[in-house]
Design a protein around this ligand. Structure first.
Ligand code: NAD
Ligand code: WQD
Length: 339
C-alpha cells in the first residue's frame, strides 16, 4: 500500500517524503514542478533509501490521477499541492482559485472513485484571519483576508461537507503556523523563486549577502518590541505532524482540524537578531511601512494537537535558524546550483 503525496517536490512535501520513507512507507509523489525542482529527488535519495515514485504532472489532470490510482495501491493521500503566495493571490485571484480549488476537487473525485478515503490536507493559520485572542485554538473564529486564504477556507469547508455526506471519509486538516528551517543535512530546504516574500528566507539571503537589508514591516504594532510576532515551526517538526495525522486517521473517521505550531511567538527583531548571532553575519535592517494585510500577533495553542495526535514540535528558534542557515550556506542559489 502506498501513500500519494501531492506537491511532494515542494518545501514541506519533500521533508515529509523523507520521513515517510524513513518510516518504511511506499511513496508516490505527483507534482507539476511549478514551484519546485526535480533535483529534490536526488537529494531525498541521498538522505534516505526506500521506494519512491515520482510522477510529473498536474493534479487537475483527472486522467493522470486515475492512472496513478490504477497503477499503485494508494491507501491515503497527503495533499500539499497548491499555490501559496499571499500577495500573488491578491493580484492573480483566478489563478489561485483555479489551481487550489480545482486540484482538490479533481483529487477528491478520483479518490472517491477508487474508494480511497484517508486524506491529510495542508491548511494554514491564515484561516484564523486577524485573531481576536492568542494563543489561537482550533475553535477560534475563521475568516479569510485574501484569495489564498479563501482557497484554504473553501477547501476546509468542501472537506467538511464530504465528511458529513459520507462517514467513510477520514480527513485531517493541518493548520500550519510559520514553517521555516531545513533538514539537518542541508540537502533539502525552501527554495523560493526570486525575492522571498517570507521573513526567514529573506533574512537568510541578507545574511548570505544576496540582498542588502531586511525591511521590517512596521515597528508600531501592539507587541513587546512593536514588530510582528509569529509562531515559527521547524519544517522537520511539521513533517512529523503529517505522520502523526496519518496514524490518527487509522483510528478515527470524520473531519478534524489540528494546529501545527510551537505555541511560542517571536518578533521580527528577535528573528533578525538570532539569525545574526547564529550566522555570525551582519544583518542590516530598516524599519519600513506595515505590509498590507499583516497582523500583529499570531501563535498557536498546541494543546489539542499534543493530546490528539501525540505530537509536538521539538526544535527551538536557535535550532530552526541553525538548520535554515546551514541549508542557505550550502545552497546559496537553492537547487539551481545542482545544474
Ligand atoms: P511549495 O510551493 O514548496 O510546494 C507546493 C508544491 O505543489 C510545489 O512543488 C508545486 O510545484 C506543486 N504544485 C502546485 N500546483 C500543482 C498542481 N496543480 N499539480 C501538481 N503539483 C502542483 O509549498 P510548501 O511551502 O511546501 O507548501 C505546501 C502546502 O502547505 C501548500 O498547500 C501551502 O499552501 C501550505 N502552507 C504552506 C505554508 C508555508 O509558509 N510554506 C504555510 C501554511 C500552509
Ligand atoms: C512574518 C513576519 C511580517 C518579510 C505567511 C502567510 C501565511 C502562511 C505563512 C501560507 C510578519 C514580517 C516579513 C519581510 C518583515 N503561508 N516581515 N519583512 O505573513 O506571518 O505568513 O506565511 O499559508 O498564510 O501569510 O509570514 O514570513 O511573510 O512574515 O518584516 O521582508 O515578518 O510583517 O510580521 P506571515 P512572513
Amino acid at each position: 500500500m502506498s501513500i500519494l503525496v501531492t506537491g511532494g517536490a515542494g518545501y514541506i512535501g519533500s521533508h515529509t517524503v523523507v520521513q515517510l520513507l524513513e518510516a518504511g512507507e511506499l511513496v508516490v509523489v505527483v507534482d507539476n514542478l511549478s514551484n519546485s525542482h526535480q533535483e529534490v529527488f536526488n537529494r531525498i535519495r541521498t538522505i534516505t533509501s526506500g521506494e519512491l515514485v515520482f510522477v510529473e504532472g498536474d493534479l487537475r489532470d483527472a486522467q493522470l490521477l486515475d492512472n496513478i490510482f490504477k497503477s499503485y495501491d494508494i491507501d491515503s493521500v497527503i495533499h500539499f499541492a497548491g499555490y501559496k503566495a499571499v500577495g500573488e493571490s491578491v493580484s492573480k485571484p483566478l489563478m489561485y482559485y483555479q489551481n487550489n480549488i480545482l486540484s482538490t476537487l479533481t483529487l477528491l473525485e478520483v479518490m472517491q472513485k477508487h474508494d480511497c478515503n484517508k486524506l491529510v490536507f495542508s491548511s494554514s493559520a491564515t484561516v484564523y484571519g486577524d485573531p481576536e485572542t492568542v494563543p489561537i485554538t482550533e475553535q477560534s473564529p475563521l475568516s479569510a483576508t485574501n484569495p489564498y486564504g479563501q482557497t484554504k477556507l473553501m477547501i476546509e469547508n468542501i472537506l467538511k461537507d464530504m465528511a458529513s455526506a459520507d462517514a467513510n471519509w477520514r480527513i485531517a486538516v493541518l493548520r500550519y503556523f510559520n514553517p521555516v528551517g531545513a533538514h539537518s543535512s542541508g540537502l533539502i530546504g525552501e527554495d523560493p523563486n526570486g525575492i522571498p516574500n517570507n521573513l526567514m528566507p529573506f533574512v537568510a539571503k541578507v545574511a548570505v549577502g544576496q540582498l542588502p537589508q531586511v525591511n521590517v514591516f512596521g515597528d508600531d504594532y501592539d507587541t513587546p518590541d512593536g514588530t510582528g510576532v509569529r509562531d515559527y515551526i521547524h519544517v522537520v517538526d511539521l513533517a512529523a505532524g503529517h505522520l502523526a495525522a496519518l496514524n490518527k486517521l487509522k483510528q478515527q473517521s470524520g473531519w478534524q482540524a489540528y494546529n501545527l505550531g510551537t505555541g511560542k511567538g517571536y518578533s521580527v527583531l528577535d528573528v533578525i537578531n538570532s539569525f545574526a548571532d547564529i550566522s555570525e553575519r551582519e544583518i542590516p535592517y530598516q524599519i519600513a511601512p506595515r505590509r498590507a494585510g499583516d497582523i500583529a500577533t499570531c501563535y498557536a495553542s498546541v494543546d489539542y494537537s499534543k493530546q490528539a495526535l501525540n505530537w509536538q514540535a521539538k526544535a527551538d528558534i536557535k535550532q530552526i535558524i541553525k538548520d535554515h542557515w546551514n541549508w542557505q550556506q550550502q545552497n546559496p542559489n537553492g537547487y539551481k546550483d545542482a545544474n
